[in-house]
Design a protein around this ligand. Structure first.
Ligand code: ZN
Length: 138
């Protein structure tokens, strides 16, 4: 009887190891957002407004900019510069844009980071963009 119980114990141990290995092999599944992303998030979050783990759909324009402020909760201010041509003077004018974007906990962009943002449905009074990836960390 003692031998049998010992064998049983061994068996259960080996099976336990196998399941553990299998679990490690399985990668974290991410929702396909319809855009090619080079640095998808490595963490998992349970934010409803996350394009990867929630139900937020992306549509419209995509911009790349610098995070100017990350003081708000789950929100960053992203800005970028562009040139606008003035026909009459045949010169270019420097313009700046500032946009508030949702910052999901799994991406967690910080001040000074270069990020890509995508347009989505209005998330609040002033937010209708979401950060989809950090291109370069500050
Ligand atoms: Zn997420």
């Amino acid at each position: 009887m003692a031998e049998k119980t010992a064998q049983k114990g061994k068996k259960s141990e080996s099976s336990g190891k196998k399941t553990a290995e299998k679990k490690k092999e399985v990668k974290i599944k991410i929702r396909d957002i319809g855009i090619e992303v080079k640095n998808p998030p490595k963490k998992v979050c349970n934010d409803e407004k996350c394009p990867y783990h929630g139900h937020l759909k992306i549509r419209g324009k995509i911009f790349q900019g610098v995070v100017l402020s990350a003081k708000m909760d789950k929100t960053v201010v992203v800005g970028w510069e562009y040139l606008r041509k003035i026909k009459k003077l045949k010169r270019y004018m420097r313009c700046r844009t500032k946009v508030a974007a949702h910052n999901p906990p799994c991406i967690n962009a910080k001040e000074g980071d270069i990020v890509r943002i995508a347009e989505c449905k209005p998330l609040s009074k002033t937010k209708s963009f979401v950060v989809i990836e950090v291109v370069k960390e500050a």
